[in-house]
Design a protein around this ligand. Structure first.
Ligand code: FA5
Length: 334
């Protein structure tokens, strides 16, 4: 038989068999008959191709592949068609049933607290500014009046990224406090200043119920003529009451920070004991000098609050580590 005629016959026969088949089983029979590798119509056709004169072989071989691919494509298309119709008729899928809603994520409690803090301090007239988490010693220590030999600079008490003085730009570290942003802000603008900055800080502290190696602080800074300690206490008390409720008890204890004088530590009552929530004080004249402000002209207060501690009290979480374990059962409550 003429080989090309055999191709046409094969194709026509396959087409009508595929059209007639109405389910997957019948199509499987068609596949075995027309595309089976061991025997069947394709095999016969292949034998015929083998008898073609050598000159015609390339053309005939190409045609063979084309015909086979076409039958394969027709078969697959029909198979897809019957399987959707079969599923629709046989399955018990009921489109009127209410669907399963996907589980929605929520904002982490610390993120929620940060947003809340920003909003409250915004209402008190404080702008929100940002600062980098990788800092140099100038902003983390020097300009904050922390001398070279101060224990806070000990490499073991900080996450230094590069310690060598020879490093281009000097040593760098993950900031240990948001007070760095006080310096960056005053460097970049003249007084008056009224800002807060909220962000991550890093310290290699031993982890326990109230300490984490990474935590968040809110720094506050107000500089103007005649800023007073009374204003600092008012702002902090008002802030704590706005966030934690009117009954929260706050106390101020005398303390020391190189960058404030006088300095206080702020505690809140938690059950029968007090928990430290921040440090604060009047900006030290040396800090003003480091950023080019005149301490005779301006005064200011600054504070740094531990955001996790507020969040713990607000949501009654008794262990700071819960915030960072990524336990969905815990996080779902917020
Ligand atoms: C400071 O970091 C000062 N920069 C605060 C300050 C700013 C004083 C401006 C004066 C003027 P301190 O190391 O005490 O201070 O930390 C402040 C608060 O951060 C603490 O009261 C506490 O609430 C929180 N904190 C400190 N270490 C940790 C820790 N490892 N885990 C969680 N919270 C911490």
């Amino acid at each position: 038989m003429d080989i090309l005629q055999a191709f046409t016959n094969y194709l026509n026969a396959a087409q009508s068999a595929i059209t007639e088949a109405s389910n997957a089983e019948q199509l499987e029979q068609v596949r075995i008959e027309f595309l089976g590798q061991k025997k069947g119509k394709l095999k016969d056709l292949q034998k015929l191709v083998g008898t073609a004169p050598p000159k015609e072989k390339p053309v005939v071989g190409k045609k063979f592949n084309e015909v086979r691919n076409e039958v394969q494509a027709l078969l697959e298309a029909k198979l897809a068609e019957v399987s959707t119709t079969t599923n629709q008729t046989v399955s018990d899928f009921d489109p009127t049933l209410p669907g399963q809603s996907p589980q929605l994520g929520g904002m982490h409690p610390i993120t929620q607290t940060i947003s809340h803090f920003r909003e409250l301090m915004g209402r008190f007239g404080f702008d929100v500014v940002e600062g980098p988490e990788i800092e140099d010693e100038l902003h983390n220590f020097d300009a904050l009046n922390i001398p070279e030999d101060h224990p806070a600079r000990d490499p073991l008490d900080n996450f230094y990224i590069a310690t060598a003085k020879a490093t281009a730009g000097g040593p760098i570290l993950l900031r240990s406090q948001t007070s760095t942003v006080q310096i960056r802000t005053m460097e970049s603008q003249p007084p008056p200043v009224r800002i807060v900055s909220l962000g991550r800080v890093y310290r290699p502290d031993t982890m326990d119920a109230t300490h984490s190696c990474m935590f968040h602080q809110m720094e506050g800074l107000m500089v103007d003529r005649h800023v007073t300690m009374a204003q600092l206490k008012t702002v902090l008390s008002l802030f704590a009451r706005s966030f934690l409720g009117p009954d929260v008890e706050i106390r101020f204890r005398p303390s020391f920070f190189p960058f404030t004088e006088p300095s206080v530590e702020v505690d809140m009552k938690w059950g029968d004991s007090w928990m430290e929530i921040g440090g604060a004080g009047m900006v030290d004249p040396n800090v003003f000098k480091a950023v080019g402000y005149d301490p005779e002209e301006v005064s200011g207060f600054a504070f740094g609050l531990g955001i996790e501690r507020f969040c713990m009290k607000h949501y009654e979480v008794d262990d700071i580590r819960r915030f960072y374990e990524n336990d969905v059962r815990f996080l779902k409550q917020f």
